[in-house]
Design a protein around this ligand. Structure first.
Ligand code: ATP
Length: 353
């Protein structure tokens, strides 16, 4: 299926500062895509560029094959939900939602009907006569959503729309948004700096850093096979260990004095990524792991559902190991431990030549 939104070679500078650098991105019909990255990486600038509030210095944008680069925001077949919901305080909820269709020339009756349909979709069909000040934060968020979808755009852009909500409500709204998107069958592009939020909702995650796209992929892809060191560190927790190939073609983890045979790695040197849950605490006499390390516990952080052990190996490398549940009674800072992992869990990122 051809992509809905095509972004080709888009760049944007603010003075000497490069906010977007050569962005290429293709978003499918009905796809939920999250733009994820640290503060200042260019997520909002990219979203505003798609919406038409910011103009790129170079590059092309098209929706369904139509060049949208010269269209003002209101002529683009999309809508935006902003962080602050920007509802009209003097209008009822129904009037807020009906405002868009009215402006587009719909009769009062038709606009009201469409607004009611949109409010039903977000579960607010009974609250149309209230004013925004009479609604909770979560309800206001849903009014903003209803207003954005009432004209049935092909693409909905969302700029951190859940950031004003408390954690519990935010988690519920994440699932609601995902279901709403599936029900509507339109594409969503969602800006967030929260990786868990991106992973909960998105079909694909666009990881951005310093105005560039580092990787585009599913949750599994960006977590299990990060393309760059930045992605490995930004998504979840990671042990990063320098590696090089020895003359026999084996992978040497220098800090560990370990040599492993792996299926053809990408480059002669780089970093090996090992997620903490793949570094297992071995009981005495357990020789089940292919690779073993001896270490001393430096720190123990337990959050109930799992425990993170910070260790220093005998070779001096700082690593993290995650174990399910609470820490064993016998474990304390300074304890000597044996850790094990399987070579198949190492993901190699070759250093650029
Ligand atoms: P956040 O998560 O903090 O909202 P972001 O990834 O959305 O960050 P952007 O708002 O896209 O980041 O900003 C990217 C960079 O461009 C930032 O360094 C910002 O200061 C800069 N920038 C954005 N808009 C302007 C502007 N109008 N003039 C000058 N610099 C700008």
């Amino acid at each position: 299926m051809p992509a809905l939104l095509n972004i080709e070679a888009v760049s944007k500078r603010f003075g000497a500062f490069a906010a977007l650098q050569d962005i290429h991105l293709h978003i499918g019909q009905r796809e939920f895509v999250a733009l994820l990255g640290p503060s200042g990486c260019g997520k909002t600038t990219l979203l505003r560029t798609i919406a038409g509030f910011s103009h790129p210095d170079s590059g092309r944008l098209s929706i369904d094959g139509q060049d949208i680069g010269r269209l003002p925001p209101y002529r683009r077949p999309l809508n935006t939900v902003f962080q602050n919901y920007a509802l009209f305080p003097h209008m009822t909820v129904l009037e807020n939602v009906a405002y868009g269709p009215r402006r587009q020339g719909a009769s009062r009756r038709e606009a009201g009907q469409r607004a009611n349909e949109a409010l039903t979709l977000v579960g607010l069909e009974d609250l149309g006569e209230r004013y925004p000040r009479e609604m909770s934060g979560g309800q206001q968020q849903r009014v903003a959503l209803a207003r954005a979808i009432v004209n049935r755009p092909k693409l909905l852009l969302l700029d951190e729309p859940l950031s004003a909500l408390d954690l519990k409500l935010r988690k519920r709204m994440q699932l609601e948004l995902k279901h709403l998107q599936e029900k509507l069958g339109i594409a969503f592009v969602f800006v967030t700096h929260d990786q868990e939020e991106a992973m909960t909702m998105a079909d694909r995650i666009v990881v951005m850093n310093a105005g560039r796209i580092e990787q585009v992929g599913s949750t599994t892809e960006v977590y299990s096979t990060p393309a760059t060191r930045f992605v490995a560190e930004f998504i979840g927790e990671a042990n990063l260990i320098d590696y090089r190939l020895d003359p026999e073609g084996r992978v040497r983890l220098d800090a560990q004095a370990l040599a492993l045979t792996l299926p053809a790695p990408a480059a002669p040197a780089g970093i090996a990524v090992l997620r903490p849950e793949h570094l297992r605490l071995l009981d005495e006499g357990d020789d089940g792991a292919a690779c073993r390390l001896h270490a001393r516990v430096k720190d123990i952080v337990s959050v109930g559902s799992h425990t993170l052990l910070h260790v220093e190996t005998d070779e001096g490398a700082q690593l993290m190991a995650r174990t399910p549940g609470l820490p064993s009674r016998h474990l304390g800072v300074g304890s000597r431990v044996t850790l094990g992992f399987e070579p198949v869990h190492l993901h190699l990122i070759g250093a650029p030549r």
